[in-house]
Design a protein around this ligand. Structure first.
Ligand SMILES: [Zn+2]
Ligand SMILES: [Zn+2]
Length: 146
C-alpha cells in the first residue's frame, strides 16, 4: 500500500500504519485518520481497540457494501486530555453515495487517544450529469460512476 487510505497525501508507512499497529497517535486528528483508514480497510479489531472503554460496543459489524472515497478534516483541537475533530467523509453504499459530516470527541488515556462518540449526519449525494465524479477520478459523473 503506497498512499495512505486516509487521503492525507502521505505514504501509508508515514501516516496511519504505526498508529494502527499500536503506537500512540500524536494528536486526535491522527487518531481520527487512523480510524478512517481502519473503516476503509475493514480493521475491526483496531476500531474497537481505539474506542474509549466507556462507549465501546461489544462487537462491531462493518457494512459489506461500503467503499470510502474521501476524508477532509475541517477542524481539530485538543486541550489537556480531551480532543475534538470535525470532518467530512464520502462513501458509497450499495449504489448510493453519501457524505458523512461528523464532529467526534476523543480522550487521551495512558498516552493513547481514543474515540468517545460523535454526532454523525448522513447526506445523500445526487450529482448532476456534468459534475465531477464522486469517486475522485476527475471525470464527469455521467462518463464515470453515474
Ligand atoms: Zn493516514
Ligand atoms: Zn467515478
Amino acid at each position: 500500500m503506497s498512499q495512505c487510505p486516509c487521503h492525507s497525501g502521505l505514504a501509508y508507512s508515514e501516516c496511519c500504519e504505526d498508529v494502527i499497529a499500536g503506537a500512540p497517535a500524536p494528536s486526535p486528528e491522527r487518531l481520527m485518520r487512523s480510524r478512517y483508514t481502519a473503516f476503509a480497510t475493514g480493521k475491526v479489531d483496531y476500531l474497537l481497540k481505539s474506542w474509549h472503554p466507556s462507549t465501546r460496543p461489544s462487537k462491531l459489524d462493518l457494512p459489506e457494501n461500503t467503499q470510502w472515497f474521501d476524508l477532509q478534516i475541517t477542524d481539530a483541537s485538543e486541550q489537556d486530555q480531551r480532543g475534538r475533530v470535525s470532518f467530512k467523509a464520502r462513501f458509497k453504499e450499495n449504489n448510493e453515495w453519501f457524505e458523512l459530516v461528523e464532529t467526534s470527541d476523543f480522550e487521551r488515556q495512558d498516552q493513547h487517544w481514543m474515540y468517545i462518540d460523535g454526532n454523525a449526519e448522513f447526506i445523500l449525494l445526487k450529482p448532476g450529469r456534468n459534475d465531477l465524479c464522486l469517486c475522485g477520478s476527475e471525470r464527469k459523473w455521467k462518463k464515470c460512476c453515474g
